[in-house]
Design a protein around this ligand. Structure first.
Ligand code: NFA
Length: 101
């Protein structure tokens, strides 16, 4: 048999599906102490003092700041845990999530 007959004319491209990432967003408010926000960011999102301070002050000045990106379930769990921790101390601090473009 000749090559012309046995060589496939179409190729199947295998594409890996990567999960969409979701952003965790820190929302500013007028009541939660700055230092508490920093402590929470360090504890829940494993940030250094420096990183946590920069994220806190960015949200304070601009209204919101992206904290990190994770797969959807992790982003939602972390945002809810951090928000709950603030609630348990009586603060209105809010973390939200949204899909990355
Ligand atoms: N704006 C708060 C304050 O001045 C600090 C804060 C920063 C709260 C970021 C929430 C998010 N005490």
């Amino acid at each position: 048999m000749s090559d012309a007959v046995t060589t496939p004319r179409t190729k199947t491209e295998v594409k890996t599906q990567r999960p969409r990432l979701h952003k965790v967003i820190l929302v500013n408010d007028d009541y939660t102490p700055r230092e508490f926000v920093v402590v929470l960011l360090k504890g829940e999102f494993r940030m250094s003092e420096d990183q946590a301070y920069r994220v806190m002050i960015t949200a304070h000045q601009r209204g919101v700041c992206v904290v990190a990106v994770y797969i959807q379930e992790v982003a939602e769990t972390k945002a809810n845990r951090a928000t709950e921790m603030a609630r348990s101390k009586g603060y209105p601090l809010l973390f939200t999530t949204e899909p990355e473009e």
